[in-house]
Design a protein around this ligand. Structure first.
Ligand SMILES: Nc1ncnc2c1ncn2[C@@H]1O[C@H](COP(=O)(O)OP(=O)(O)OP(=O)(O)O)[C@@H](O)[C@H]1O
Ligand SMILES: [Mg+2]
Length: 217
């Protein structure tokens, strides 16, 4: 569907036809995200989601996760910053695709639920050493925040703070529950500190053993 719509968009269309085709294109993208989330969720439930372990450059993962989101933030007029603390080593071994997925979910949420102000990603080293090296990832936003009563439910599947049919924000409520499972499968933990109408910080701690410098993915 996406491929054919793209071909269609390359043909000569009048304004009205182009608008409709663009709506098909973006709806197809949204559907793809939902299908992928549901597949991931089922795989996790079935215990079939395997976590890889390869050496990778942290900065590269962060770059890939942030590239598209940075544009989204800018379109919304939000400031977007990221900071990897100086003491954080460059190469780790873990599952780069899954780490990127968690970052994308958290940063995507931060942008979605923030109307003005900023979104900031911070990465720091909280434990050193071959065996227990651990990183702390934090995504701060100045968005709508979450009340204390809602926090406990957020990480369960399909739960969203605002379930009214008039709610302003899209999504199915799977992002955080998938992120929580992925972080736990990687041996870490995830949490949130939030103040309604002031902002939220979604964070996770991950044990990340040093990677081999020889051949980072
Ligand atoms: N940064 C944030 N600020 C305020 N509320 C948030 C934030 N991140 C998540 N939430 C709340 O937690 C709920 C669950 O988040 P989750 O990512 O699981 O679902 P979603 O973003 O609504 O949908 P999906 O991720 O499946 O597209 C959101 O609907 C929202 O109410
Ligand atoms: Mg989400």
């Amino acid at each position: 569907v996406i491929g054919m719509t793209e071909l269609l968009l390359d043909t000569e269309l009048d304004d009205e036809q182009r608008e409709y085709a663009q709506i098909v294109r973006s709806s197809a993208d949204s559907l793809l995200v939902i299908i992928n989330d549901i597949l991931d969720f089922s795989k996790i439930e079935a215990g079939k989601l395997n976590i890889e372990s390869v050496s990778f450059k942290l900065e590269e993962i962060v770059d890939r996760a942030c590239r598209l989101l940075e544009i989204k933030a800018r379109e919304k007029g939000l400031q977007f910053d990221r900071k990897i603390a100086d003491e954080v080593p460059t190469i780790f071994s873990t599952d780069p695709g899954r780490l990127r997925q968690v970052l994308t979910n958290l940063i995507g949420n931060a942008i979605k639920f923030t109307q003005q102000g900023s979104v900031r990603l911070e990465i720091s080293l909280t434990a050193k050493g071959q065996a227990q090296q651990q990183l702390h990832f934090a995504v701060h936003d100045t968005g709508i925040g979450i009340s204390a009563g809602q926090v406990s439910e957020l990480f369960s599947p399909f739960s969203q703070a605002d379930t009214s049919t008039t709610r302003r924000f899209g999504g199915t409520g799977l992002g955080l529950s998938i992120s929580k499972r992925l972080v736990e499968l990687m041996g870490g933990r995830i949490g949130v500190d939030s103040t309604p109408r002031v902002g939220s910080t979604f964070w996770f701690d991950l044990p990340l053993p040093p990677g081999e410098a020889g051949n980072p993915a």
